[in-house]
Design a protein around this ligand. Structure first.
Ligand code: MOS
Length: 746
């Protein structure tokens, strides 16, 4: 107790293996590598939202001190795999995509239109300011609400009505509600801005230090664009300072940096500025959602209709499952979902923590609260009345589901039943007090991964996999897991990652890293134990009167020793096993496959139940979240410290989403207004109360050998609704438009 930030007595779990490197500044991020001759790239963004470039004057920039090159669409190097599709002319704009510098079209305000490379960052920045551009403007559309009236949504299978049972059955229910929920653009805003350092060795070989959640995908994107062989493209991502989904794509700025470095023959570093982070690496799309929900008088759901309208860019179709959780979180025979997106002249949205579910659960879990109140039922009781024992949508049983246990854990902790249920009844001094809850759901799964293990005669184990870690604590969790499975102290284990030269690991995202990579780590440790058993099975240490050859099940593997289970005094160290066998090391590569047939029989989800206590000041509209309890069914937890930290991080994102975050576009110019941390607000320490995290901690028997489900994203899902529901309990005001700023509460 006491030495851990959140005062949890879980000292038996490993501290972050990379913690010291991070807090001392020794950890190297993608824009922190230096090389002789390192040059600096600075991007120039367009100042209109739609149209074309009619003229560009780059002379002054080219002649400015220290400038090595200026790249624009007028002189862009042609890349073999980076051109519009051959039938692009016949395609609608949205199918053509956007490839930096390949044409003179402007698709959004802030689109990169020039790259300046100079010998210092300051000189590149100055030269970039000298570029003069003339445009032919066209009418842009950046306002989703305006577009609903005059524009056309995209068409296709993704946008067809999805009806189970009777369409819009909620309309015929005994008790029903209908409401609209809106939320603005949200931006990932990780602490580390996206950065890339590129080092070409000749024409066809490159090493790229890139902020990416997906080493393999990044490697393949670069191979394809530049026509390179796999063995000639090395991606290194040792550390990531947060990403939240912004670092899957190989974004235009990265391709530009690769072009610039190749053209100049110098190593080039390019780091986005904070304002460029708002237009160049995606964001969560704005969404308008309508829910109609009905129940019988005794509180059984009879119909849910969930309609979502969101947006994408004019040049890429980004879709996400905003309405999907509404089809399966509760038992309801009649569910109708509709999803429409409108292309706007903004940059491309992308996945952001809990993509789809986070947006959807804000509406669904608010609506559940509204209907519970209409039925005069306790919101938890209402959820339990409609608890899904099987997945009606997938028509499959759950691999495991301990959501009921999570409700119980959380409700007990915050003393849910002791609150006064009456709206507006609770007070502390001048403050109105309210309690609310919201449930999060996120798919659990397992993909493919390779892990190499090397046990050396000095007793150390090195594990290697080409995965990156955006902050979840992957190396820590894997070290802990290997320690438990292989029976070796964590200090003797090193997990190496962040390099595409290593055996390919999973991308980090979709809450699947621990499940996927952990399975491969588990399997390689099991294989290593089998190999050791082979080496010792005839060892006289283990001979008994009747047995001269031991089997794996006769042995224990603990703290670097193989021990005879029936007589713990008989043992041999891993070090001695290798020495006796004359082996300097043992190497094993394990190739672990995704869930497969067994998994496909089940539906698998992780769950989070958020309980919050809020205080609302009626005169000023100030809203304080004074207590947060989040109870999680994430299967068996591999490392409670890093897992708790993940939940805390997700909840803090939820505080931002609910109280502050709001991307504002000035529609006259199609330009971001609050593209900085002074104006785009995220929570600071003072906004964050103690967050109490509880895990049900029961293993999932199907998903993977650890029994673990993912937790990174579910932590955020459902939180915004919990706060809105608590505000309603405190004040009787139903806030259906995020963020809940004080003006909405006065
Ligand atoms: Mo997450 S949106 O899969 O980084």
């Amino acid at each position: 107790m006491g030495n851990y930030f959140f005062d949890q007595p879980n000292a038996e779990f490993l501290d972050r293996v990379d913690g010291k490197l991070k807090v001392t500044g020794a950890a190297k991020y993608s824009a922190e590598y230096t090389f002789p001759g390192l040059s600096y790239g600075v991007l120039v963004g367009s100042t209109i939202a739609k149209g074309s470039i009619t003229a560009m004057n780059t002379k002054a920039a080219e002649n400015a001190p220290g400038v090595l090159t200026v790249i624009t669409h007028l002189n862009t190097p042609k890349l073999p795999g980076y051109k519009p599709n051959s039938d692009a002319a016949a395609q609608p704009e949205i199918k053509k995509g956007y490839r930096v510098f390949t044409d003179n079209l402007v698709r959004f305000n802030g689109q990169p239109i020039a790259l300046v490379i100079a010998d210092t960052f300051e000189r590149a920045t100055y030269a970039a300011s000298l570029i003069k551009t003339q445009y032919k403007k066209e009418q842009h559309h950046t306002d989703l609400n305006a577009e609903l009236k005059t524009g056309k949504p995209l068409e296709g299978n993704a946008y067809k009505d999805n009806i189970r049972g009777d369409a819009d059955a909620w309309k015929n229910a005994d008790v029903k509600i209908e409401a609209e929920y809106t939320m603005p653009l949200e931006v990932h805003n990780p602490m580390e801005m996206h950065g890339i350092t590129v080092v070409w060795e000749g024409e066809d070989k490159v090493t790229v230090y890139e902020k990416t959640q997906a080493l393999k995908i990044t490697q393949q994107n670069i191979m394809q664009a530049f026509g390179l062989k796999e063995e000639n493209v090395r991606i290194i991502t040792q550390f990531i300072g947060g990403a939240f989904g912004s670092a899957f794509n190989t974004w235009p700025h990265s391709v530009a940096a690769l072009m610039g470095a190749k053209k100049t023959g110098k190593p080039v570093k390019l780091m986005l500025t904070r304002d460029q982070m708002f237009t160049m690496v995606g964001y969560r799309p704005e969404a308008i959602q309508k829910i109609g929900m009905g129940a019988s008088k005794d509180g059984k759901l009879t119909g849910i209709t969930h309609e979502a309208i969101a947006m994408t860019s004019s040049y890429a179709e980004f879709t996400e499952g905003i309405v999907s959780a509404s089809r399966s979180l509760y038992t309801c025979p009649n569910v109708t979902t509709r999803y429409k997106i409108y292309p706007l002249n903004l940059s491309m949205p992308t996945w952001m923590r809990g993509p789809g579910e986070t947006t959807g659960a804000f509406a669904l879990e608010s609506a559940m609260d509204e209907l519970a109140h209409a039925l005069n039922l306790d919101p938890i009781e209402f959820r339990l009345l409609n608890y899904a024992e099987t997945d009606l949508e997938a028509k499959k049983p759950y691999s495991s589901k301990f959501l009921k246990e999570a409700y119980q854990l959380g409700a007990d902790k915050i003393k849910w039943s002791e609150r006064n249920r009456e709206i507006g009844s609770m007070k502390e001094g001048d403050w109105m007090v309210g309690y609310g809850t919201g449930t999060g759901i996120f798919v659990a799964w397992r993909g493919d991964a390779k892990v190499a293990a090397r046990l050396s005669a000095d007793g150390s184990l090195v594990l290697q996999s080409g995965v990156t870690d955006m902050g979840a604590g992957t190396a820590t969790a894997m070290t802990q897991l290997a320690s438990e499975v292989f029976g070796l102290a964590p200090k003797n284990i090193r997990f190496e990652m962040g390099d595409s030269n290593l055996p390919p690991g999973p991308f980090q995202g979709g809450s699947g890293t621990t499940s996927t990579l952990g399975t491969a780590v588990n399997n390689v440790c099991v294989s290593m134990k089998k190999r050791l058993t082979e080496l010792v099975k005839d060892n006289s240490v283990f001979h008994t009167e009747t047995i001269h050859t031991v089997k794996p099940e006769d042995l224990l593997f603990e703290d670097g020793n193989i021990i005879l289970a029936s007589d713990r005094t008989r043992k041999v160290s891993y070090t001695d096993v290798l020495k006796n066998a004359g082996l300097p090391q043992i190497e094993i590569l394990e190739d672990s496959k995704s869930g497969g047939d067994e998994m496909s029989k089940y539906s698998a989800f992780a769950y989070a139940v958020h309980f919050v206590k809020v205080m609302v000041h009626p005169v000023t509209g100030v809203l304080k979240i004074s207590r947060i309890v989040t109870a999680v069914d994430a299967g068996k937890v591999v490392n409670e410290k890093t897992a708790e930290s993940q939940i805390v991080g997700g909840v803090v994102s939820g505080i931002g989403m609910t109280l502050m975050e709001e991307g504002v576009i000035d529609h006259r110019y199609g330009k971001w207004v609050n593209n900085n941390f002074a104006d785009y607000h995220v929570p600071v320490n003072a906004d964050v109360p103690k967050i109490e995290v509880l895990f049900v901690n029961k293993p999932d028997p199907v998903l993977n050998p650890m029994g673990a489900k993912g937790i990174g994203e579910v932590a955020l899902v459902g939180f915004a609704a919990a706060v809105c529901n608590a505000v309603y309990h405190a004040t009787g005001k139903r806030i259906r438009q995020l963020p809940i700023t004080p003006d909405k509460l006065i």
